[in-house]
Design a protein around this ligand. Structure first.
Ligand SMILES: [Mn+2]
Length: 438
């Protein structure tokens, strides 16, 4: 599954059409990062760079000008280096394989930037990219110093971030196909985890099942660090140590998603280590599931983004009162955010090339309306701290989250992560079946 060259070209054309006349865009793909001594982490391209070029080598720069013309600056062909570190496209490959109108070796970066900026009115780059910011400042100073020789530095600076974010927010058919494929790999990984869990395993031994299914299915990496949290570890929202024993009677919360062609998926499921929810676990679980269902109803075209969260909060708060974890009037408890003792995060986020994808959530101070082609997560949860002495001890240390990936369509929410058990009866049945086979 691959994005076509025409799509990358079309994206660059759309970006340039959104920018002022005579703009030049400069973006950078990032550098290899050292893990230890002479070992690097595997390189993962910058999401926006990849979105506009499809080029995934480190140390690369893209200059976009005119109607979307691409100039690529990248590591040159070098047989000796390639013998050790692997293939490089080089100048020829950049033109032939990526549709660049021009390409240069990295050593020509300064001259290439200088030529590209000279005479442009508006320089567009990622303001948060400190290294690029400094390189471009040196380049602009160089042009300013040569003004009597006819050089002309751009006078306007614009941050590219929100322009690309708006484009990335609405997914096209190619992206949706990849995201559904990534989502379905994650569904299989979560099923595998539910089937193989048993008390006595280390959390990371269960994590191994996820990584096995991801890689076997064609996804080389998870989209983010796998969270495999048993018992009260589930109350740590980004728990990634994953090194404790899974105990009989624990719930296990897994938040993990495969990355495919740089697109993320993001699923959370919570299930009992021994295959059977206890009564308090089931009561809180059902409440989170009700909040999920009520939030899902709000994921329709034209509805504000925050409607899903508000619906989930209302359901959760109402249920917390009914179960006796909170006391008072529901509206007052929502107003005072009393639910935040048990539910301290939002009910979702944009999903795409980044797991927390680019894109603003408000426009002019108002929650933005959902549109066809947007992809977001829905992920209500409840987390009762072990130290919460205000609630009955039976609730303490329970952490639950249920999360799926949703595409907004004209006919309602479409769950990309479809087919994965989430009802209590479905989860218990899937686990019982696996136990009987084992
Ligand atoms: Mn998420």
């Amino acid at each position: 599954m691959k994005i076509t060259l025409q799509t990358y070209q079309f994206r660059r054309e759309r970006l340039m059409a959104a920018l002022p006349d005579n703009s030049v865009v400069v973006i950078r793909n990032g550098e290899l990062a050292v893990r230890n001594n002479d070992c690097d982490y595997e390189f993962r391209p910058d999401s926006s760079f990849y979105y506009l070029t499809g080029f995934s080598e480190p140390s690369a720069y893209a200059i976009i000008s005119g109607q979307g013309d691409l100039t690529l600056v990248s590591l040159p062909k070098d047989p000796e280096k390639e013998q050790w570190d692997g293939f490089r496209y080089g100048v020829e490959g950049a033109i032939q394989e990526f549709g660049a109108t021009q390409a240069f070796a990295l050593e020509a970066l300064d001259d290439t930037l200088s030529t590209a900026l000279d005479g442009a009115d508006c320089l567009v780059y990622c303001f948060a990219d400190q290294m690029l910011r400094e390189q471009l400042a040196v380049c602009r100073d160089g042009l300013a110093a040569r003004v009597r020789l006819g050089a002309q530095a751009p006078v306007q600076l614009l941050d590219v971030t929100n322009y690309v974010a708006e484009m990335r927010l609405r997914k096209d058919a190619e992206e949706i196909a990849i995201m559904e494929a990534a989502a379905q790999i994650s569904v299989e990984a979560h099923k595998q985890a539910m089937r193989s869990v048993k008390p006595g395993l280390k959390e990371y031994q269960l994590e191994a099942e996820l990584n096995y299914v991801f890689m076997k299915s064609g996804a080389r990496q998870p989209a983010y660090n796998n969270i495999v949290a048993s018992g009260s570890n589930a109350c740590v929202l980004h728990y990634i140590k994953n090194d404790e024993d899974i105990k009989d009677g624990d719930l296990v919360l897994i938040d993990a998603g495969a990355e495919l062609s740089c697109y993320a998926s993001d699923i959370t499921r919570t299930f009992p280590a021994n295959g059977k929810f206890s009564e308090p676990q089931a009561a809180l679980y059902q409440l989170v599931l009700d909040a999920y269902q009520d939030g899902m109803k709000e994921l329709t075209v034209g509805n504000p983004y925050e409607a899903c969260h508000n619906a989930a909060v209302k359901t959760l708060t109402t249920g917390l009162v009914q179960l006796g974890l909170l006391s008072g009037e529901v509206d007052t408890l929502i107003e005072s955010k009393a639910y935040r003792d048990f539910y301290m995060h939002n009910t979702g986020h944009w999903l795409g090339l980044d797991v927390h994808d680019f894109g603003v959530y408000k426009l002019a101070g108002e929650s933005r309306a959902l549109e066809e082609g947007m992809v977001l997560t829905i992920e209500p949860g409840l987390y009762v701290s072990e130290d919460n002495l205000k609630v009955d001890p039976k609730w303490r240390g329970i952490g639950i989250r249920i999360e799926d990936d949703v595409l907004i369509t004209a006919s309602g929410p479409y769950v990309l992560t479809h087919g994965l058990a989430k009802e209590i009866s479905e989860i218990e049945a899937l686990m019982a079946e696996a136990h009987s086979i084992r």
